[in-house]
Design a protein around this ligand. Structure first.
Ligand code: SF4
Ligand code: SF4
Length: 180
């Protein structure tokens, strides 16, 4: 078990490192929206990737980790991470590093980066991509980050879960806009 934890920790560190300095825009996108994705409340937070919690203590001065209630096939429990609106940047979770993108498993079973539609209400990069095109270097680095993770079955199960969620939100949005 210890060896397994050490292994998982190492691959997440590699994934994190690919996005250590990379940001969605070449400048600070937080100035556009007053850092809406970093509001830091008990209910705002993000899902950790499976096993990513092994990089953290159960709680720290700036974050809390609790059960998310999401269980993937194989009894894989997904954790929920909240912060207080600021963080030790080198320890921010993968979800923060890749936002506003998400890894979507397409019909060819390949990872396709899409906008994370869960953030459409807060992130101008998602709602107005023509005005704020995502930096291509950032896209490349998100791909690189997942190149370290794609051989991990729990991660693939999680990506399928996220992809299903994405499909559901997209269907709801289509319905909403077609009725508007
Ligand atoms: S909500 Fe979008 S634009 Fe605002 S800080 Fe987060 S990623 Fe950048
Ligand atoms: S951990 Fe850092 S990057 Fe992530 S939401 Fe909190 S303040 Fe923002």
């Amino acid at each position: 078990m210890l060896e397994q934890n050490k292994y998982i920790t190492e691959i997440y560190k590699k994934a994190w490192l690919e996005l250590e300095k990379s940001t969605p825009l070449s400048g600070d996108c937080g100035v556009i929206c007053s850092k809406k994705c970093c509001m830091g409340t008990d209910s705002d937070g993000m899902l950790l990737f499976p096993g990513e919690e092994s990089l953290y203590k159960d709680s720290g001065s700036w974050y809390t980790i609790i059960d998310s209630g999401v269980t993937l096939p194989g009894n894989i429990k997904i954790k929920f991470f909240t912060c207080k609106g600021s963080c030790q940047r080198e320890l921010r979770p993968l979800s923060c590093r890749i936002f506003p993108l998400m890894p979507y498993i397409n019909s060819d079973r390949r990872i396709d980066l899409r906008f994370d539609l869960r953030g459409i209400g807060i992130c101008p990069l998602i709602s107005n991509p023509d005005l704020y095109p995502i930096d291509e270097g950032f896209v490349d680095n998100v791909h690189l980050a997942f190149s370290h993770l794609v051989y991990e079955k729990p991660v693939i199960k999680f990506l399928k879960f996220l992809s299903e969620q994405h499909d559901e939100i997209e269907a709801l949005l289509r319905k909403f806009y077609s009725n508007a």
